[in-house]
Design a protein around this ligand. Structure first.
Ligand SMILES: [Zn+2]
Length: 491
């Protein structure tokens, strides 16, 4: 058997083709990944242990009033007079809403007691065709919900009445927005057993201008004033549950698992709630259980929320977050190590410090400085062209170009970057729910995992920008060599 030998010219062509494929293909692949991430529902198997529970559930309440202040982060919620009055009259909470921190899936957890991983509702933003099995509102005959905007969310959970109602309310969103407070006050004051008011102005201001903006602060103030009106109008015997579904980044955005987005302030007061000076941390599925108990509703059998007193006693930190298992971590670690080893061994003739993947490190530093740890709350992670992330990698691409022109092998930078990308893909379940289904094998699902899904999107951009630098160096090298030899011949 003779070894296959390729001429230097053919090797160069092969290398150029491989590098061009990587440089040009990384962003389309990233786009397809992000589309699968946000465009697919699907359950995510996870071990969730919230302890064994034996304590009593919340006693039935004649009326329950649920006010959800969409997008109100815990920091912005801390000083609000009306909200704090509810907390002072009852129990202040920090509520872990689970992951992802997206409004409709979080409300699904509130109304069914099942986490986003159990329901399979992940990035869902459109109305559900039918209320999920066991949804609490569908079990309360006169349940009422009002939404300031985005009525598709309250219309998803089986409320007997959901407004704006196309048959009697204005179709124009601005006209409805103007009427919404008085209808909300009237509903809260009514005899209905369950009234849910979904306030959205804070989330809208967060998306438009960020949580650090004056517009957000103004919306927060307005939402709290509305809460004060609702409280004043509500029946004296009502159980009040006031909460948010997620916070917002200072520059706007939510969806990720970071505590400042995921853990919100909640206040519960009324019959059955002992006023408490301490703040308890619970999970949203625990609150769902309390809500169902107060309404005499039956949650789905796999709802894990604990009875009220048990939930207050044990914060069970992070218990409702999915995380990669030990095997997945081991495979990911191996892939990252293999990529690094391949890169470092690419040219053993030069000194060790020349074999460190400096351009990759520079890309990671650039991204960390400009964007922080990758999060699904950061809008550039979803941007189709990834321009903002790419700009953060530009110095790294220039360094990769320089190192390549100086003679460094392409894999010195690219192999470690590809190793990291492969590791992050494994950690976010991409192989079985995105890559293999793309080849017709297995069931597609969302490649969704706290931290790692956002990391994949970012690492695609890293691979792309390093490949661009390295590819350009590869294309320029023969010209450079020819120019050098010509200069030498001329001298
Ligand atoms: Zn939002």
């Amino acid at each position: 058997m003779t070894a296959l030998r390729t001429s230097p010219g053919a090797r160069w062509l092969l290398g150029a083709a491989a590098l061009a494929t990587l440089a040009l293909g990384a962003n389309p692949a990233r786009k397809a990944f992000v589309r699968a991430l946000v465009g697919r529902d699907g359950q995510v198997p996870m071990d969730m242990f919230l302890g064994t529970s034996s304590g009593p559930g919340l006693a039935p309440a004649a009326r329950v009033r649920v006010v959800l202040l969409d997008g109100l982060g815990a920091a912005a919620a801390s000083e609000l007079p009306a909200l704090s009055a509810v907390c002072a009259a009852g129990q202040e909470l920090r509520i872990d809403v689970g992951f992802p921190t997206v409004s409709l899936p979080v409300q699904a957890a509130l109304w069914t007691g099942r986490t986003q991983q159990q329901s399979g509702l992940q990035y869902r933003a459109t109305q559900l065709e039918a209320p999920p099995a066991g949804a609490t509102p569908a079990q309360v005959p006169d349940s009422v919900a009002l939404a300031e905007s985005h009525p598709e969310i309250v219309r998803s959970f089986g409320f007997a009445s959901a407004r704006p109602d196309p048959s009697r309310d204005p179709g124009d969103p601005e006209a409805w927005r103007a009427e919404f407070p008085e209808h909300a006050v009237a509903a809260v004051a009514s005899a209905s057993r369950l009234v849910h008011v979904h306030v959205l102005r804070v989330d809208e201001a967060g998306h438009a201008a960020g949580a650090a903006s004056p517009a957000y602060a103004e919306a927060v103030r307005g939402a709290d004033e509305l809460l004060a009106r609702l409280r004043a109008a509500g029946p004296a015997d009502a159980l009040w549950i006031v909460l948010a579904d997620h916070g917002h980044r200072p520059a706007g955005g939510h969806g990720g698992e970071e505590p400042e987005i995921r853990i919100v302030r909640g206040c519960v007061a009324g019959p059955g709630i002992a006023p408490s000076p301490t703040i308890a941390t619970i999970h949203l599925v625990d609150l769902a259980r309390a809500l169902a108990d107060a309404l005499g509703a039956e949650l789905p059998s796999d709802a894990r929320g604990r009875p009220w007193t048990d939930a207050l006693a044990d914060p069970a930190p992070g218990a409702t977050l999915p995380r990669p298992g030990a095997l997945r971590l081991a495979v990911a670690g191996l892939l990252a190590a293999l990529g690094l080893a391949w890169g470092v061994r690419s040219d053993r003739s030069c000194a060790w410090w020349r074999r460190v993947p400096w351009a990759l490190l520079l890309a990671l530093v650039g991204l960390a400085v400009m964007h922080g740890w990758p999060s699904l709350s950061d809008p550039p992670v979803f941007a189709p062209r990834g321009l903002q992330l790419w700009l953060a990698c530009l110095p790294a691409a220039a360094l990769a170009l320089g190192l390549g022109l100086a003679g460094q092998a392409p894999q010195a930078q690219l192999a470690p970057a590809l190793g990291l990308l492969a590791a992050a893909l494994v950690l976010c379940r991409a192989p079985e729910v995105w890559l293999l289904p793309g080849l017709g094998l297995g069931e597609p699902g969302p490649p969704l995992m706290p931290r790692w899904s956002a990391t994949v999107s970012v690492l695609f951009v890293v691979v792309r920008s390093l490949a661009e630098g390295v590819a350009l160096a590869w294309l320029l090298r023969p010209l450079l060599r020819r120019a050098r030899s010509r200069m030498r011949a001329g001298a």
